[in-house]
Design a protein around this ligand. Structure first.
Ligand code: NAD
Length: 429
Protein backbone atom coordinates (compact mmCIF):
# COMPACT_ATOMS: atom_id res chain seq x y z
CA UNK A 1 0.00 0.00 0.00
CA UNK A 2 1.55 3.30 -1.10
CA UNK A 3 3.95 3.86 -3.99
CA UNK A 4 6.01 6.69 -2.53
CA UNK A 5 9.73 6.63 -1.76
CA UNK A 6 9.33 3.67 0.60
CA UNK A 7 6.46 1.75 -1.00
CA UNK A 8 7.74 1.88 -4.57
CA UNK A 9 11.28 0.97 -3.50
CA UNK A 10 10.02 -1.86 -1.27
CA UNK A 11 7.72 -3.24 -3.96
CA UNK A 12 10.31 -3.03 -6.73
CA UNK A 13 13.09 -4.51 -4.57
CA UNK A 14 10.95 -7.42 -3.35
CA UNK A 15 9.99 -8.11 -6.97
CA UNK A 16 13.67 -7.89 -7.93
CA UNK A 17 14.37 -10.46 -5.18
CA UNK A 18 11.95 -12.89 -6.82
CA UNK A 19 8.63 -12.22 -5.07
CA UNK A 20 5.40 -11.35 -6.84
CA UNK A 21 4.32 -7.83 -5.89
CA UNK A 22 1.20 -5.79 -6.51
CA UNK A 23 1.61 -2.12 -5.53
CA UNK A 24 -1.56 -0.17 -4.75
CA UNK A 25 -1.91 3.58 -4.41
CA UNK A 26 -4.92 5.86 -4.04
CA UNK A 27 -3.27 8.49 -6.26
CA UNK A 28 -4.61 7.84 -9.77
CA UNK A 29 -1.94 10.05 -11.36
CA UNK A 30 0.89 8.09 -9.77
CA UNK A 31 -0.61 4.74 -10.76
CA UNK A 32 -1.08 5.96 -14.35
CA UNK A 33 2.51 7.24 -14.52
CA UNK A 34 3.85 3.94 -13.19
CA UNK A 35 1.74 1.91 -15.60
CA UNK A 36 3.07 4.09 -18.44
CA UNK A 37 6.62 3.25 -17.38
CA UNK A 38 7.39 6.59 -15.67
CA UNK A 39 8.88 6.76 -12.20
CA UNK A 40 7.27 9.68 -10.35
CA UNK A 41 10.26 10.25 -8.06
CA UNK A 42 14.00 10.71 -8.56
CA UNK A 43 15.75 7.65 -7.10
CA UNK A 44 18.96 6.15 -8.39
CA UNK A 45 18.53 2.70 -10.00
CA UNK A 46 14.79 2.50 -9.33
CA UNK A 47 13.63 2.79 -12.93
CA UNK A 48 15.81 -0.12 -13.97
CA UNK A 49 14.55 -2.58 -11.36
CA UNK A 50 10.92 -1.48 -11.86
CA UNK A 51 11.21 -2.08 -15.61
CA UNK A 52 13.01 -5.41 -15.15
CA UNK A 53 10.45 -6.69 -12.64
CA UNK A 54 7.52 -5.55 -14.77
CA UNK A 55 9.14 -7.16 -17.80
CA UNK A 56 9.12 -10.57 -16.14
CA UNK A 57 5.61 -10.08 -14.78
CA UNK A 58 6.50 -9.89 -11.09
CA UNK A 59 5.43 -6.29 -10.46
CA UNK A 60 2.15 -4.49 -11.16
CA UNK A 61 0.51 -1.25 -10.16
CA UNK A 62 -3.16 -0.90 -9.29
CA UNK A 63 -5.45 1.80 -8.01
CA UNK A 64 -6.47 1.44 -4.39
CA UNK A 65 -5.52 -0.73 -1.47
CA UNK A 66 -8.08 -3.44 -1.88
CA UNK A 67 -7.05 -4.27 -5.42
CA UNK A 68 -3.49 -4.76 -4.18
CA UNK A 69 -4.27 -6.68 -0.99
CA UNK A 70 -6.66 -9.23 -2.46
CA UNK A 71 -4.95 -12.65 -2.40
CA UNK A 72 -1.82 -11.22 -0.74
CA UNK A 73 0.04 -13.37 1.79
CA UNK A 74 1.82 -10.33 3.15
CA UNK A 75 0.66 -6.71 2.95
CA UNK A 76 3.08 -3.81 3.54
CA UNK A 77 1.64 -0.50 4.72
CA UNK A 78 3.94 2.17 3.25
CA UNK A 79 1.59 5.13 3.57
CA UNK A 80 2.45 8.56 5.01
CA UNK A 81 2.63 9.22 8.75
CA UNK A 82 2.92 13.02 8.69
CA UNK A 83 3.27 15.22 11.71
CA UNK A 84 -0.02 15.92 13.44
CA UNK A 85 -0.97 19.32 14.87
CA UNK A 86 0.52 18.57 18.31
CA UNK A 87 3.83 17.14 17.01
CA UNK A 88 2.71 13.51 17.26
CA UNK A 89 2.58 11.22 14.21
CA UNK A 90 -0.72 11.32 12.35
CA UNK A 91 -1.87 7.71 12.04
CA UNK A 92 -4.95 8.42 9.95
CA UNK A 93 -3.45 7.13 6.66
CA UNK A 94 -2.42 3.89 8.35
CA UNK A 95 -5.83 3.48 9.96
CA UNK A 96 -7.60 4.26 6.71
CA UNK A 97 -5.51 1.75 4.76
CA UNK A 98 -6.11 -0.90 7.44
CA UNK A 99 -9.86 -0.28 7.36
CA UNK A 100 -9.88 -0.51 3.55
CA UNK A 101 -8.20 -3.91 3.43
CA UNK A 102 -9.70 -5.48 6.57
CA UNK A 103 -12.66 -7.15 4.87
CA UNK A 104 -10.72 -8.71 2.01
CA UNK A 105 -7.58 -10.05 3.70
CA UNK A 106 -6.95 -13.77 3.34
CA UNK A 107 -7.08 -15.75 6.59
CA UNK A 108 -3.51 -16.06 7.88
CA UNK A 109 -2.34 -12.94 6.02
CA UNK A 110 0.37 -10.79 7.64
CA UNK A 111 -0.03 -7.00 7.65
CA UNK A 112 3.30 -5.20 8.03
CA UNK A 113 3.79 -1.64 9.26
CA UNK A 114 6.67 -0.37 7.14
CA UNK A 115 5.71 3.24 7.68
CA UNK A 116 7.36 4.92 10.65
CA UNK A 117 4.76 4.58 13.37
CA UNK A 118 4.73 5.40 17.09
CA UNK A 119 5.04 2.76 19.76
CA UNK A 120 1.73 0.96 20.07
CA UNK A 121 0.78 1.23 16.39
CA UNK A 122 1.00 -2.52 15.79
CA UNK A 123 -1.77 -2.87 18.35
CA UNK A 124 -3.61 0.10 16.82
CA UNK A 125 -3.61 -1.59 13.39
CA UNK A 126 -4.83 -4.85 14.96
CA UNK A 127 -7.68 -2.88 16.50
CA UNK A 128 -8.49 -1.28 13.15
CA UNK A 129 -8.49 -4.60 11.29
CA UNK A 130 -10.73 -6.37 13.81
CA UNK A 131 -9.62 -9.72 12.44
CA UNK A 132 -8.31 -12.42 14.76
CA UNK A 133 -7.15 -14.54 11.82
CA UNK A 134 -4.52 -12.09 10.51
CA UNK A 135 -1.23 -10.97 12.07
CA UNK A 136 0.27 -7.50 12.37
CA UNK A 137 4.05 -7.11 12.31
CA UNK A 138 6.35 -4.09 12.55
CA UNK A 139 9.17 -3.91 9.98
CA UNK A 140 10.50 -0.34 10.01
CA UNK A 141 12.38 0.92 6.97
CA UNK A 142 15.81 2.57 7.20
CA UNK A 143 16.44 3.47 3.54
CA UNK A 144 17.70 6.93 2.67
CA UNK A 145 16.27 8.91 -0.23
CA UNK A 146 18.83 9.11 -3.02
CA UNK A 147 20.26 5.67 -2.23
CA UNK A 148 16.97 3.92 -1.50
CA UNK A 149 17.45 0.91 -3.78
CA UNK A 150 20.98 0.21 -2.56
CA UNK A 151 19.93 0.69 1.06
CA UNK A 152 17.01 -1.70 0.63
CA UNK A 153 19.04 -4.40 -1.11
CA UNK A 154 22.12 -4.01 1.13
CA UNK A 155 20.74 -2.93 4.50
CA UNK A 156 22.83 -2.73 7.66
CA UNK A 157 20.09 -4.78 9.34
CA UNK A 158 16.43 -5.75 9.05
CA UNK A 159 14.26 -5.21 12.14
CA UNK A 160 11.07 -7.19 12.66
CA UNK A 161 8.79 -6.81 15.66
CA UNK A 162 5.95 -9.20 16.35
CA UNK A 163 4.10 -10.86 19.17
CA UNK A 164 3.84 -13.95 16.95
CA UNK A 165 7.10 -15.70 16.10
CA UNK A 166 5.61 -17.46 13.05
CA UNK A 167 4.42 -14.19 11.52
CA UNK A 168 7.82 -12.59 12.18
CA UNK A 169 9.58 -15.48 10.49
CA UNK A 170 7.27 -15.28 7.49
CA UNK A 171 8.33 -11.65 7.00
CA UNK A 172 11.99 -12.53 7.68
CA UNK A 173 11.86 -15.16 4.90
CA UNK A 174 11.13 -12.41 2.36
CA UNK A 175 14.66 -11.14 3.01
CA UNK A 176 16.27 -14.59 2.66
CA UNK A 177 18.29 -13.62 -0.41
CA UNK A 178 19.88 -10.66 1.40
CA UNK A 179 22.96 -11.19 3.53
CA UNK A 180 22.19 -9.04 6.57
CA UNK A 181 21.52 -9.46 10.29
CA UNK A 182 17.81 -9.87 11.02
CA UNK A 183 16.77 -8.61 14.43
CA UNK A 184 13.49 -10.15 15.59
CA UNK A 185 11.99 -8.49 18.62
CA UNK A 186 8.68 -7.36 20.11
CA UNK A 187 6.61 -4.67 18.32
CA UNK A 188 7.28 -1.86 20.84
CA UNK A 189 11.05 -2.39 20.56
CA UNK A 190 10.95 -2.47 16.74
CA UNK A 191 8.92 0.76 16.67
CA UNK A 192 11.28 2.39 19.18
CA UNK A 193 14.36 1.32 17.16
CA UNK A 194 13.19 3.35 14.16
CA UNK A 195 12.59 6.56 16.11
CA UNK A 196 15.76 6.14 18.18
CA UNK A 197 17.82 5.62 15.00
CA UNK A 198 16.46 8.76 13.34
CA UNK A 199 16.79 10.70 16.59
CA UNK A 200 20.42 9.67 16.93
CA UNK A 201 21.24 10.64 13.34
CA UNK A 202 19.56 14.04 13.79
CA UNK A 203 21.57 14.42 16.99
CA UNK A 204 24.84 13.80 15.14
CA UNK A 205 24.07 16.57 12.66
CA UNK A 206 22.90 19.00 15.32
CA UNK A 207 26.04 18.20 17.29
CA UNK A 208 28.37 18.88 14.38
CA UNK A 209 26.49 22.08 13.53
CA UNK A 210 26.93 23.25 17.13
CA UNK A 211 30.63 22.35 16.91
CA UNK A 212 30.82 24.33 13.63
CA UNK A 213 29.35 27.36 15.41
CA UNK A 214 32.00 26.95 18.08
CA UNK A 215 34.71 26.65 15.44
CA UNK A 216 33.64 29.99 14.01
CA UNK A 217 33.74 31.53 17.47
CA UNK A 218 37.19 30.24 18.44
CA UNK A 219 38.83 30.32 15.01
CA UNK A 220 39.02 26.56 14.45
CA UNK A 221 38.33 24.62 11.25
CA UNK A 222 35.39 22.22 11.44
CA UNK A 223 36.85 19.90 8.76
CA UNK A 224 39.94 19.30 10.88
CA UNK A 225 37.81 18.88 14.01
CA UNK A 226 35.52 16.32 12.32
CA UNK A 227 38.54 14.50 10.98
CA UNK A 228 40.00 14.41 14.47
CA UNK A 229 36.88 13.24 16.29
CA UNK A 230 35.57 11.00 13.50
CA UNK A 231 38.70 8.85 13.47
CA UNK A 232 37.83 7.73 17.02
CA UNK A 233 35.98 4.48 16.27
CA UNK A 234 33.63 5.12 19.21
CA UNK A 235 32.42 8.26 17.41
CA UNK A 236 32.81 7.36 13.73
CA UNK A 237 33.23 9.84 10.89
CA UNK A 238 29.90 9.30 9.14
CA UNK A 239 27.00 11.73 9.32
CA UNK A 240 29.14 14.52 10.74
CA UNK A 241 28.84 17.06 7.92
CA UNK A 242 27.97 20.59 8.96
CA UNK A 243 25.29 22.32 6.91
CA UNK A 244 22.10 24.37 6.98
CA UNK A 245 20.46 21.86 9.36
CA UNK A 246 18.72 18.57 8.89
CA UNK A 247 15.42 18.33 7.04
CA UNK A 248 13.55 16.04 4.69
CA UNK A 249 10.39 14.06 5.13
CA UNK A 250 11.60 12.04 8.13
CA UNK A 251 13.96 13.66 10.65
CA UNK A 252 11.81 16.71 11.49
CA UNK A 253 8.59 14.77 12.02
CA UNK A 254 10.26 11.77 13.64
CA UNK A 255 12.32 13.81 16.10
CA UNK A 256 9.21 15.72 17.17
CA UNK A 257 7.23 12.48 17.40
CA UNK A 258 9.98 11.00 19.57
CA UNK A 259 9.64 13.90 22.02
CA UNK A 260 5.88 13.48 21.96
CA UNK A 261 5.89 9.70 22.42
CA UNK A 262 8.25 10.07 25.39
CA UNK A 263 6.07 12.84 26.85
CA UNK A 264 2.93 10.72 26.52
CA UNK A 265 4.66 8.00 28.48
CA UNK A 266 5.90 10.33 31.22
CA UNK A 267 9.48 10.90 30.05
CA UNK A 268 10.89 14.34 29.28
CA UNK A 269 13.29 13.69 26.37
CA UNK A 270 15.15 16.96 26.93
CA UNK A 271 18.15 15.88 24.85
CA UNK A 272 15.96 15.46 21.76
CA UNK A 273 14.36 18.86 22.41
CA UNK A 274 17.87 20.33 22.39
CA UNK A 275 18.64 18.58 19.11
CA UNK A 276 15.56 20.20 17.55
CA UNK A 277 16.38 23.64 19.01
CA UNK A 278 19.94 23.53 17.62
CA UNK A 279 18.51 22.71 14.21
CA UNK A 280 16.14 25.67 14.32
CA UNK A 281 18.99 27.94 15.43
CA UNK A 282 21.15 26.67 12.57
CA UNK A 283 18.66 27.98 10.02
CA UNK A 284 18.73 31.34 11.76
CA UNK A 285 22.51 31.32 11.66
CA UNK A 286 22.40 30.74 7.88
CA UNK A 287 20.02 33.68 7.41
CA UNK A 288 22.37 35.85 9.49
CA UNK A 289 25.23 34.86 7.18
CA UNK A 290 23.21 36.03 4.16
CA UNK A 291 22.33 39.30 5.89
CA UNK A 292 25.95 39.86 6.94
CA UNK A 293 27.11 39.23 3.35
CA UNK A 294 25.03 42.17 2.16
CA UNK A 295 25.56 44.33 5.25
CA UNK A 296 21.92 44.26 6.28
CA UNK A 297 19.82 43.16 9.25
CA UNK A 298 18.14 39.80 8.63
CA UNK A 299 14.69 41.37 8.92
CA UNK A 300 15.29 43.82 6.08
CA UNK A 301 16.50 42.34 2.83
CA UNK A 302 14.38 44.34 0.43
CA UNK A 303 16.12 44.98 -2.86
CA UNK A 304 18.55 42.08 -2.24
CA UNK A 305 18.79 39.38 -4.91
CA UNK A 306 19.72 35.91 -3.69
CA UNK A 307 20.94 33.23 -6.10
CA UNK A 308 20.11 29.79 -4.71
CA UNK A 309 22.12 26.72 -5.68
CA UNK A 310 19.95 23.75 -4.78
CA UNK A 311 16.49 23.37 -3.26
CA UNK A 312 16.13 19.73 -2.24
CA UNK A 313 16.94 18.76 1.33
CA UNK A 314 20.00 16.85 0.15
CA UNK A 315 21.62 15.77 -3.11
CA UNK A 316 20.34 12.76 -5.04
CA UNK A 317 16.65 13.33 -4.42
CA UNK A 318 13.84 15.53 -5.76
CA UNK A 319 12.23 15.71 -2.31
CA UNK A 320 11.52 19.24 -1.10
CA UNK A 321 9.62 18.24 2.02
CA UNK A 322 10.98 20.16 5.04
CA UNK A 323 14.06 21.11 3.03
CA UNK A 324 16.23 23.61 4.96
CA UNK A 325 16.63 25.46 1.65
CA UNK A 326 12.90 25.96 1.35
CA UNK A 327 12.58 27.14 4.97
CA UNK A 328 15.50 29.57 4.68
CA UNK A 329 14.27 30.86 1.30
CA UNK A 330 10.82 31.46 2.78
CA UNK A 331 12.39 33.57 5.54
CA UNK A 332 14.60 35.47 3.06
CA UNK A 333 11.57 36.24 0.93
CA UNK A 334 9.58 37.35 3.98
CA UNK A 335 12.42 39.78 4.71
CA UNK A 336 11.98 41.19 1.19
CA UNK A 337 14.69 39.35 -0.77
CA UNK A 338 14.19 38.21 -4.35
CA UNK A 339 15.27 34.58 -4.81
CA UNK A 340 16.34 32.94 -8.07
CA UNK A 341 17.02 29.24 -7.75
CA UNK A 342 18.38 26.27 -9.63
CA UNK A 343 18.11 22.62 -8.69
CA UNK A 344 18.91 19.72 -11.04
CA UNK A 345 15.48 18.26 -10.26
CA UNK A 346 13.49 21.44 -10.93
CA UNK A 347 14.97 22.68 -14.21
CA UNK A 348 12.80 20.41 -16.34
CA UNK A 349 9.37 18.97 -15.66
CA UNK A 350 8.51 19.13 -11.97
CA UNK A 351 7.63 15.98 -10.00
CA UNK A 352 3.97 15.90 -8.99
CA UNK A 353 4.77 16.76 -5.37
CA UNK A 354 7.19 19.60 -6.28
CA UNK A 355 4.64 21.65 -8.16
CA UNK A 356 2.67 22.85 -5.16
CA UNK A 357 5.77 23.73 -3.13
CA UNK A 358 7.65 25.98 -5.53
CA UNK A 359 5.11 28.75 -5.93
CA UNK A 360 6.73 32.17 -5.97
CA UNK A 361 10.34 31.03 -6.45
CA UNK A 362 11.94 32.02 -9.75
CA UNK A 363 13.48 28.86 -11.20
CA UNK A 364 16.37 29.07 -13.66
CA UNK A 365 17.17 26.55 -16.39
CA UNK A 366 20.92 26.54 -15.77
CA UNK A 367 22.98 26.73 -12.60
CA UNK A 368 25.02 29.69 -13.81
CA UNK A 369 21.85 31.75 -14.30
CA UNK A 370 21.39 32.12 -10.53
CA UNK A 371 24.50 34.34 -10.55
CA UNK A 372 22.85 36.99 -12.75
CA UNK A 373 22.65 40.16 -10.68
CA UNK A 374 22.93 38.21 -7.42
CA UNK A 375 24.06 40.14 -4.34
CA UNK A 376 24.65 36.89 -2.54
CA UNK A 377 24.77 33.27 -3.73
CA UNK A 378 23.66 30.53 -1.34
CA UNK A 379 24.75 26.91 -1.74
CA UNK A 380 21.88 25.04 -0.13
CA UNK A 381 22.31 21.50 -1.52
CA UNK A 382 25.51 19.51 -1.95
CA UNK A 383 24.87 18.42 -5.57
CA UNK A 384 28.39 17.39 -6.69
CA UNK A 385 28.00 19.08 -10.09
CA UNK A 386 27.72 22.48 -8.36
CA UNK A 387 31.38 22.20 -7.31
CA UNK A 388 32.35 22.16 -10.99
CA UNK A 389 30.77 25.51 -11.83
CA UNK A 390 33.11 28.02 -13.48
CA UNK A 391 33.72 30.48 -10.63
CA UNK A 392 35.11 33.17 -12.96
CA UNK A 393 31.87 33.06 -14.89
CA UNK A 394 29.89 33.23 -11.63
CA UNK A 395 31.89 36.32 -10.65
CA UNK A 396 31.39 37.88 -14.09
CA UNK A 397 27.63 37.33 -14.02
CA UNK A 398 27.13 38.31 -10.38
CA UNK A 399 29.42 41.31 -10.32
CA UNK A 400 32.01 42.48 -7.84
CA UNK A 401 31.29 42.24 -4.13
CA UNK A 402 29.02 39.19 -4.30
CA UNK A 403 29.56 36.67 -1.52
CA UNK A 404 29.04 32.92 -1.76
CA UNK A 405 27.39 31.64 1.43
CA UNK A 406 28.41 28.02 1.13
CA UNK A 407 26.08 26.19 3.51
CA UNK A 408 27.52 22.79 2.49
CA UNK A 409 31.24 23.67 2.49
CA UNK A 410 31.23 22.50 -1.12
CA UNK A 411 33.71 25.00 -2.54
CA UNK A 412 37.37 25.64 -1.90
CA UNK A 413 37.26 29.07 -0.20
CA UNK A 414 40.55 30.11 -1.83
CA UNK A 415 39.23 29.30 -5.32
CA UNK A 416 36.09 31.36 -4.64
CA UNK A 417 38.13 34.30 -3.36
CA UNK A 418 40.59 34.05 -6.27
CA UNK A 419 37.64 34.51 -8.62
CA UNK A 420 36.93 37.82 -6.89
CA UNK A 421 33.95 36.66 -4.82
CA UNK A 422 33.48 36.77 -1.07
CA UNK A 423 33.18 33.49 0.80
CA UNK A 424 31.49 32.29 3.98
CA UNK A 425 31.12 28.60 4.84
CA UNK A 426 30.00 26.72 7.93
CA UNK A 427 32.60 26.39 10.68
CA UNK A 428 35.42 27.44 8.36
CA UNK A 429 37.76 30.25 9.16
P1 NAD B 1 5.23 9.22 0.27
O1 NAD B 1 4.37 10.38 0.60
O2 NAD B 1 6.34 9.38 -0.71
O3 NAD B 1 4.30 8.01 -0.24
C1 NAD B 1 3.15 7.58 0.40
C2 NAD B 1 2.17 7.05 -0.64
O4 NAD B 1 1.06 6.43 0.02
C3 NAD B 1 1.58 8.13 -1.54
O5 NAD B 1 1.82 7.79 -2.88
C4 NAD B 1 0.08 8.10 -1.21
O6 NAD B 1 -0.74 8.40 -2.32
C5 NAD B 1 -0.11 6.67 -0.77
N1 NAD B 1 -1.30 6.38 0.06
C6 NAD B 1 -1.87 7.14 1.02
N2 NAD B 1 -2.94 6.49 1.54
C7 NAD B 1 -3.05 5.30 0.90
C8 NAD B 1 -3.95 4.21 0.99
N3 NAD B 1 -4.96 4.21 1.86
N4 NAD B 1 -3.76 3.16 0.18
C9 NAD B 1 -2.75 3.14 -0.73
N5 NAD B 1 -1.86 4.16 -0.86
C10 NAD B 1 -2.01 5.23 -0.06
O7 NAD B 1 5.80 8.70 1.68
P2 NAD B 1 7.20 7.96 1.95
O8 NAD B 1 8.30 8.96 1.96
O9 NAD B 1 7.30 6.76 1.10
O10 NAD B 1 6.97 7.51 3.48
C11 NAD B 1 6.06 6.49 3.84
C12 NAD B 1 6.36 6.07 5.27
O11 NAD B 1 7.68 5.53 5.35
C13 NAD B 1 6.31 7.21 6.28
O12 NAD B 1 5.84 6.71 7.51
C14 NAD B 1 7.77 7.60 6.44
O13 NAD B 1 8.04 8.18 7.70
C15 NAD B 1 8.44 6.25 6.32
N6 NAD B 1 9.84 6.30 5.87
C16 NAD B 1 10.20 7.17 4.87
C17 NAD B 1 11.52 7.18 4.43
C18 NAD B 1 11.96 8.15 3.37
O14 NAD B 1 13.17 8.34 3.20
N7 NAD B 1 11.05 8.75 2.62
C19 NAD B 1 12.46 6.32 5.00
C20 NAD B 1 12.05 5.42 5.99
C21 NAD B 1 10.73 5.43 6.41
Amino acid sequence: MGTGYVGLTTGACFAHMGHRVVCGDIDQRKVDLLNDGHIPIVEDGLEQIVNDARGVGRLEFVLGSRAAATDADIVFLCVPTPQGDDGSADLSYIQQAAREIAPILKPGAVVVNKSTVPVGSTVAVERELQRDDVFVVSNPEFLREGTAVRDFLQPDRVVIGSADRGAAEKVAELYDSIDTPIIITDPASAETIKYAANGFLAMKISFVNAVAAMCEAVGADVAAVVDGIGSDTRIGGQFLKPGPGWGGSCFPKDSRALVKIAEEHGYNFSMMKGVIDVNTEQRGRMIDKVAKAVGRHHSNLSGVTVGAMGLTFKAGTDDLRESPAMAIIADLRRAGARVRAFDPTTCGELSPHQESTLDGIELTKELIDVADGADVICVFTEWPEFAKVDLDQVAARAGAGTTVVDMRNLFDPFAVKSAGLGYDGVGRN
